[in-house]
Design a protein around this ligand. Structure first.
Ligand SMILES: Cc1cc2nc3c(=O)[nH]c(=O)nc-3n(C[C@H](O)[C@H](O)[C@H](O)COP(=O)(O)OP(=O)(O)OC[C@H]3O[C@@H](n4cnc5c(N)ncnc54)[C@H](O)[C@@H]3O)c2cc1C
Length: 346
């Protein structure tokens, strides 16, 4: 390969997406991951690209909103270039409304969404009966329907990014030397290593367990009911997630906590009751101390960069993280929100 402009360490959602944004702009890119692409949190199966609630607006919510709006173009471009589907679809989401208090909150949010979401998506209260059998039980008979939420298949999206990068002449490898500008997108391992090197907690891995069911709900909206995310994928499966565990012995094992999540999903959506569980999976979400993404200059390596801390919404954030980091790496243009800088966790 000719001289490399950008080397990215870590082939998860962040590393591959940043590599893609750079390659699309004409840079020569190398991605190095000793474990192979999608071997961390990004090799999972949930894939809810769901917005924060439309109120108390801040930099993080605005950034995520922009990212969710940009996602359709971003993932379509990836799939078209590499010829591999990401499973992306802006299929929306339904959430049951439990009581009168939740109803008035949902109605208030419908008003704030009209402003904050700039007419690009809606948040509305609708009768559950509008959605037929694919709707969680709602005590009020009403649900929140938003049209901003999308789905994609994390593992397939990683494969699609590798295919698109390869089509652009980028190198994705398990071992090579750094060349050009260097960015570390090494997920939970990277945050733990950083904490060790700096002798203080900078971030860690929060374990999550999820399951995949064989059930074809086609392009039905995803559901959030009884604290469980239920995501119909394009390939005739439904993902169920997730647990959230700070203490664990084995980051990749699944146990009865996942059984509880699956049982809740099946209770909320009777259509899933006989669906076979075809995969159980667990991984570590990279959580920075600030809980926000950690983007910018690497705290340990002068002249190098970091992109980490995707935590629970790494795939939702990836399209905008990719563009903003490509701006920094290729053009020296720094538009990173202050709350996302490494200093917020140091
Ligand atoms: C159960 C579960 C459900 C989730 N659900 C959603 C969801 O619905 N929606 C959403 O948006 N997000 C979700 N997430 C979060 C999302 O998966 C993560 O935020 C995202 O995958 C993080 O991507 P990453 O590239 O930063 O990290 P990772 O995917 O962990 O990638 C880091 C990579 O770095 C590599 N690496 C480590 N050390 C080195 C090194 N020294 N050199 C080179 N490479 C190295 C690793 O092998 C790994 O491949 C979920 C996570 C879990 C666990």
């Amino acid at each position: 390969m000719a001289m490399v402009d950008v080397t990215i360490r870590g082939a998860g959602a962040f590393g591959l997406s940043i590599a893609w944004a750079c390659a699309r702009r004409g840079a020569k890119v190398r991605v190095i991951d000793p474990n192979g692409p999608g071997s961390g949190a990004s090799g999972g199966l949930v894939g809810a690209l769901a917005p924060h609630v439309p109120e108390n607006w801040n930099d993080k919510k605005a950034f995520q909103f922009d990212s969710l709006i940009h996602a359709e173009t971003f993932w379509t471009d990836v799939a078209t270039t590499g010829g591999v589907s990401t499973g992306y679809g802006r299929t929306g989401r339904l959430q049951p409304i439990a009581d009168d208090k939740a109803l008035s909150l949902a109605q208030r949010r419908a008003k704030t969404a009209a402003d904050l979401w700039q007419g690009k998506a809606i948040w509305q209260v609708r009768p559950a009966s509008d959605f037929g059998a694919w709707c969680p039980h709602s005590p009020t008979g009403l649900v929140i329907h938003d049209t901003l939420t999308a789905r994609m298949h994390p593992r397939r999206a990683c494969a699609a990014l590798v295919a698109a990068l390869t089509a652009k002449g980028a190198e994705v490898t398990t071992d090579a030397k750094d060349q050009g500008r260097v960015l570390h997108a090494t997920g939970a391992d990277g945050l733990i290593a950083l904490s060790t090197a700096l002798g203080k907690p900078i971030g860690n891995g929060v374990k999550g367990q999820a399951a995949l069911l064989q059930h074809d709900a086609a392009n039905a909206p995803q559901l959030f009911a009884d604290t469980v995310h239920i995501i119909p994928h394009a390939d005739g499966t439904v993902a169920i997630g997730s647990t959230s565990e700070r203490d664990y012995d084995d980051p990749t094992s699944t146990d009865d906590q996942l059984d509880t999540v699956i049982a809740r999903a099946m209770a909320a959506v009777p259509a899933l009751q006989n669906a076979p569980v075809i995969e159980r999976w667990a991984g570590l979400r990279p959580r920075a101390k600030s809980r926000a993404p950690m983007l910018g200059d690497h705290p340990l390596y002068p002249g190098q960069f970091i992109a980490n801390g995707g935590f629970k919404i790494g795939f939702g954030m990836a399209p905008k993280v990719a563009e903003i980091m490509a701006d920094l790496l290729l053009d020296g243009h720094d538009a990173i929100p202050d709350d996302f800088r490494p200093a917020a966790s140091l």
